[in-house]
Design a protein around this ligand. Structure first.
Ligand code: SF4
Length: 347
């Protein structure tokens, strides 16, 4: 059987294995180095969702791939975009400052990682988490809750702050030398940055402030979606990423593109029951009317679309082409809507 060689230690592998959650940020890179340095075989896991803000390519994550390449370790990317929706909809431990259910999200991800740890014969899981770095999920109490609820008690090692927690099973069994682990806490990254020299880490992305669910504007749209469409799925979430959103009625929403790129995005996201508008003269935005319209809101949606086609002048008429849910291709002429039509509708 071919023997595996760890490119960092260049030692022959027949060793204990660990699964590292690798976001590709500095913390997870340093944590991986600390474990690799102990001669432990590491495989990286990265979970992606529709809420990720990293540079993505296909269903992958460029930052984690780059980090795994630098570390010389294999990476498995798991897309949990669909599965995470139920967590976002109904989190047991509530939301953070936006619609981010960080505790439930971590618990879900760690449960998945635990399954993978078992399948792959690894001894433990490790992360780049630092005590006190994030207000919701990295408080001591929250970290203990996440560990307990995910069923990883004793199996979850946080190399950057391990000495601030009781020893894990891997430390007790002597697989990991606790003396070589760290006791970093707080939001400052000084400790991790000082380690970049020791590990010769030159290139790492700035730390991200969280996923899209922590963004105020996106969170408002998400809250609106959960309120009015309990059975929402991934295409509804994708639509939240683009355009200006208007709540026309509890069952109907209008989304107006902000630029040409969004025109194409919205056109691609149109489903069979949507009505799509496109300002033709003057040329302007694409918009999508979604929900059970029952024939209502067509003229209002067209006049809101016209308002954005006219821009600052906001005068005159706009020729609008629209495609009905029955597949008809129609035209109408309308002026821009007044302030009252917009009031209270913008999400
Ligand atoms: S910021 Fe987003 S991805 Fe990160 S733990 Fe919170 S909900 Fe999950």
């Amino acid at each position: 059987m071919e023997k595996k060689v760890n490119p960092v230690r260049n030692t022959v592998s027949n060793r204990a294995k660990a699964i590292g959650l690798l976001s590709g940020g500095l913390d997870s890179i340093v944590a991986s180095r600390l474990i690799l340095e102990q001669g432990i075989e590491v495989e990286a896991l990265n979970f992606v969702t529709a809420f990720c803000t990293c540079t993505s390519k296909g269903s992958g994550c460029l930052a984690s791939q780059k980090a795994a390449d630098q570390l010389g370790i294999p990476l498995k990317v798991v897309d949990i975009s669909e599965e995470i929706l139920d967590v976002v909809k109904n989190p047991k431990f509530g939301y953070g400052s936006g619609m981010n259910p960080c505790l439930d999200c971590r618990i879900f991800v760690f449960k998945k990682a635990k399954e993978y740890m078992r399948e792959s014969g690894a001894e433990f899981i490790f992360t780049g988490e630092v005590l006190g770095q994030r207000p919701m999920s990295q408080r001591r109490e929250a970290m203990n809750t996440i560990e307990r609820e995910s069923g990883l008690k004793g199996y979850l090692l946080r190399p950057l702050c391990a000495k601030l927690f009781p020893p894990t099973l891997a430390e007790e069994k002597g697989i990991v030398d606790r003396e070589k682990l760290l006791s970093i806490s707080g939001r400052s990254r000084k400790g991790q940055i000082s380690l970049t020299k020791r590990f010769n880490i030159k290139d790492y992305p700035c730390s991200s402030g969280g996923c899209l669910l922590t963004d105020k504007a996106f969170a408002q749209r998400m809250e609106d979606l959960i309120k009015y469409k309990q059975d929402f799925r991934l295409p509804d979430v994708m639509l939240l990423k683009y355009g200006r959103h208007f709540r026309m009625s509890p069952a109907v929403k209008l989304v107006v593109a902000r630029d040409e790129e969004e025109n194409f995005k919205l056109a691609a996201l149109k489903n069979n029951s949507d009505i799509m508008f496109h300002a033709q003269d003057p040329l302007g935005p694409v918009s999508i009317l979604r929900g059970s319209t029952g024939g209502e809101f067509v003229s209002e949606a067209a006049s809101i679309t016209a308002r954005y086609a006219l821009g600052k002048d906001n005068e005159g008429e706009v020729k609008i082409r629209y495609f009905t849910s029955q597949g008809d291709d129609k035209f109408l002429k309308t002026g821009p809507c007044g302030e009252s039509a917009m009031k209270g509708r913008r999400i």
